[in-house]
Write a protein that binds this ligand. Structure first.
Ligand code: 1CP
Length: 358
C-alpha cells in the first residue's frame, strides 16, 4: 500500500488537477508523451556524451531534461524523465537502452529458473527522488509533475523477447505454455513496479501514469487472464496515495473498458478511436472516467491549420462525452509519443492552439 506523502504539494489552480476532479479548468490542460527527448535541441545538448540509462540516474540532469519542455512549450504537466526499464536496471537486471532501438536484455527471461533469478526492486531509486525534489522546486503551482512506470506486461515483453518486438510471440507463447512461470514473472514485476512508484509518490509527484504500451497486441481474453489482475493490483496499491492515476496503451480500442476497470482515474486513448466512442466503452465497463488524448503524433508534421482542425474535432468529441455523462473530464495529449524528428516549433504551436481553443 502506498500512503500519502508529506512532500505532496497542495495545488489550488492547476488545470490538470481541475480537469481530473471534474471541475472546469482555466484552460484545457495539455502535455505530450515523450515531450522531453530528441525533438528538443537543448535535450540533445544536455545528453551529449551521456548514455540514456546513465542520464536517468543523474538527479540534476534528469530534473533539467524534465523541465525543458515545460519551459519551452508551456505545457501544463511535466513527465518525469526516466524510462520503464530503470527499476529493472536498479534491481540488478542486465539491461541497456541501445540508441535507435530501445531496451535490450543481455539474458532474456525464458524459463522458470530465469524468473526465479530475476531480481526484484526492494528500495525506491534515491537519485529519482532527489531529481523529483529539484523538479518540484522548478515548477509553478499550476503545473503538475507526473511520475510513471511501465506496466508488468510491457516490461515482461522486453525481458522475454530480449528487446523491442513487433509481434510479442515468445511472450504470448510463454503465457499459454507455462502459465505458472508467466504468473510468477508478473508477481515479481508487480512488486518492482509498486516499489518504484512508491518512491516517486513519497518524493511528491502530483500524479502517476502506468504505461502498458503494448497491451493492445493482446486478445481481450489474454489481457483479462494474464495481465489485468497485475495492473489492477498496482492501481489498488496507489489508491491510498490520493493522487490521479492514469492508464495508457497503444491500439487498445478493444481493451479500453478492461484497462479502465483495472482501476485508473484517467484513461489514455490513442488516435484510432474517437474520444466519445472510447468514453462509451470505458463507462460501460467501469463508469465514467477522465479521458486523455488523442491527437495523432504524425499530424504535428501537417502544419498548424491541420492541427487546429484536429484539435477542434477532438475537443468536440470530448465535450460530447462529458455532456452525455460517459466521461468526467478531458486532458489533452497525443495518442502516443512525440515522434523524434518532430520540429520543436510544431510542438509549441500545437500547445498554443490547444490552449487558445479553451
Ligand atoms: O518525455 C517523456 O515522455 C519522458 C521520457 C520517457 C518515457 C515516458 C522515456 C525516455 N521513456 C519513457 C517510457 C517508455 N520507454 C515507454 C512507454 C511509453 C511509450 O509507449 O512510448 C516504452 C515502451 C519505453 C521503452 C523504450 N525506451 C523505447 C521503445 C522501444 C520499442 O519497443 O519500440 C525506446 C526507444 C526507449 C529509449 C528512450 N526512452 C526515453 C527516451 C528519450 C529514449 C530514446 C533515447 C535514446 O535512444 O537515446
Amino acid at each position: 500500500m502506498i500512503t500519502p506523502s508529506s512532500a505532496r504539494r497542495r495545488l489550488e489552480r492547476a488545470p490538470f488537477l481541475d480537469a481530473v476532479a471534474g471541475r472546469t479548468p482555466t484552460r484545457t490542460p495539455v502535455w505530450f508523451m515523450r515531450q522531453a527527448g530528441r525533438s528538443l535541441p537543448e535535450y540533445r545538448e544536455a545528453r551529449a556524451g551521456i548514455s540514456m540509462l546513465d542520464s536517468c540516474f543523474l538527479p540534476e540532469l534528469l530534473a533539467e531534461i524534465t523541465l525543458q519542455p515545460v519551459r519551452r512549450h508551456d505545457v501544463d504537466c511535466a513527465i518525469l524523465f526516466s524510462d520503464i526499464v530503470v527499476p529493472l536496471k536498479r534491481a540488478g537486471v542486465d539491461i541497456d537502452i541501445v540508441p535507435g532501438r530501445g531496451p535490450v536484455a543481455a539474458q532474456p527471461v525464458r524459463e522458470r529458473r530465469d524468473v526465479e533469478q530475476l531480481p526484484v526492486l526492494r528500495e525506491p531509486v534515491a537519485e529519482i527522488a532527489q531529481g523529483i525534489h529539484s523538479i518540484l522546486a522548478g515548477l509553478r503551482d499550476d503545473q503538475v509533475l507526473i511520475g510513471f512506470a511501465g506496466a508488468p506486461f510491457t516490461l515482461a515483453s522486453y525481458l522475454i523477447e530480449g528487446g523491442p518486438s513487433k509481434t510479442h510471440q515468445r511472450t504470448k507463447a510463454l503465457m499459454h505454455t507455462e502459465p505458472k512461470t508467466w504468473h510468477a514473472l508478473m508477481e515479481r514485476l508487480t512488486e518492482t513496479v509498486i516499489v518504484f512508484l512508491a518512491g516517486q509518490v513519497e518524493a511528491g509527484v502530483d500524479a502517476v501514469q502506468l504505461f502498458d504500451s503494448w497491451a493492445g497486441f493482446l486478445s481481450e481474453h489474454d489481457y483479462g487472464e494474464f495481465v489485468q489482475p497485475y495492473s489492477a493490483r498496482i492501481f489498488a496499491a496507489l489508491e491510498p496515495a490520493g493522487i490521479p492515476r492514469i492508464h495508457f496503451g497503444v491500439t487498445t480500442g478493444e481493451l479500453l473498458g478492461d484497462m479502465a476497470a483495472a482501476g485508473a482515474d484517467v484513461v489514455g486513448v490513442d488516435w484510432r478511436v474517437p474520444l466519445d466512442r472510447a468514453a462509451q466503452r470505458i463507462a460501460r465497463a467501469a463508469g465514467p472516467k477522465v479521458l486523455q488524448g488523442n491527437l495523432d503524433p504524425a499530424l504535428l508534421f501537417a502544419g498548424p491549420e491541420v492541427v487546429r482542425g484536429e484539435v477542434e474535432r477532438i475537443r468536440a468529441d470530448a465535450r460530447r462525452a462529458i455532456a452525455s455523462g460517459t466521461a468526467t473530464g478531458h486532458v489533452f495529449n497525443l495518442g502516443h509519443g512525440v515522434l523524434p524528428d518532430t520540429p520543436a516549433e510544431a510542438v509549441t504551436e500545437a500547445v498554443r492552439i490547444i490552449h487558445q481553443a479553451s
